[in-house]
Design a protein around this ligand. Structure first.
Ligand SMILES: [Zn+2]
Length: 201
């Protein structure tokens, strides 16, 4: 039997709660040290404000998708506004990081992921929405790194092979918990893959 797979995904965006600086670097340090390739969904506005970190994500060899430009709820945008937002994010990611995020897109808040219109507009622009199986509200300030790691490990085990895990690039507990999370999943035999490896299989 082959090893069960898990895909860690990080939405890289402006924090919407209190955090500490440097979390994205500590996440990238951990992934590099543990030789794990993850998938990062970059918010255009974040890329503009922190191009160095965004470039490092790309240079470190992670898979890149788009997380929109403004991080608006996509169903609230007109069709024109939707197209503009997705194209703006793509332009910034291409210009600042030298990579094309297509075909991966993740709807902010997952809003619209269940709507035909979202999928039609994304397809027209060359994208598909990538959701997740497991999210543990890593942005909740009450989390410690240790309980975050434990919650992810338990959720992945419950899901079994092929879980897509949603994390964020900025919560303190995500940076703190990541080494234990990766170590714990490895101890249980999991193999880390990108979402493309899962979606294509
Ligand atoms: Zn987001």
């Amino acid at each position: 039997m082959s090893a069960p797979r898990v895909a860690l995904t990080f939405d890289a965006e402006h924090p919407d709660r209190e955090t500490v600086p440097g979390v994205v670097d500590s996440i990238l340090d951990t992934l590099g040290r543990q030789d794990v390739k993850a998938t990062f969904f970059l918010q255009g506005r974040w890329v503009e404000s922190d191009p160095e970190s965004a470039r490092r994500v790309v240079d470190d060899g992670h898979l890149i998708g788009s997380h929109s430009f403004y991080h608006a709820r996509m169903p609230l945008l007109s069709a024109g506004g939707f197209r503009q937002d997705v194209r703006d994010a793509e332009r910034v990611i291409r210009e600042m990081c030298g990579t094309d995020p297509r075909p991966l897109f993740r709807c902010p808040f997952g809003a619209g992921a269940d709507q035909e219109r979202t999928h039609r507009l994304l397809a027209e622009l060359g994208y598909r929405d990538v959701g997740w199986h497991l999210e543990v509200e890593d942005w909740e300030p009450r989390h410690t790194g240790a309980d975050l790691a434990a919650a992810v490990i338990a959720g992945v085990e419950e899901h079994g092979d092929g879980a897509i895990v949603l994390l964020h690039s900025w919560p303190r507990s995500t940076g703190a918990g990541l080494p234990g999370l990766i170590g714990g999943l490895r101890d249980r035999g999991y193999r880390f893959v990108t979402v493309t490896e899962l979606l294509d299989s």
